[in-house]
Write a protein that binds this ligand. Sequence first.
Ligand code: ZN
Length: 114
Amino acid sequence: MNSLEILKLTQIILHYSLHLLFPGLIAWFFFRAQWEKAWLIMLATMLVDLDHLLATPIFEAGRCSIGFHPLHSYYAIAIYFIMAFFPKLRIVAIGLLFHMLTDFQDCLWTHLLR
Ligand SMILES: [Zn+2]
């Protein structure tokens, strides 16, 4: 394995850990009383990736989802930010914002490793 392959593998592992495991940590630290439920809710925010189905092609290597797919647009991100001010929507909003952050750092990796 050369160093570029190791970096690309690191990108993939980091991307999925941030999507799946890190929300568990956020839940544990900030929503301790109901952390399992909070983690599940944040995992459910992965459903925003369904907007990829609207794109042609559905999957394209190297494409950045931020600013491309409707639920990953800057308008959508602004709405998620506003949602965070409403206690009932807060966990969902944090999950969505963190999802966007994860996708964004993935775009940076893709850009750097291209
Ligand atoms: Zn996404």
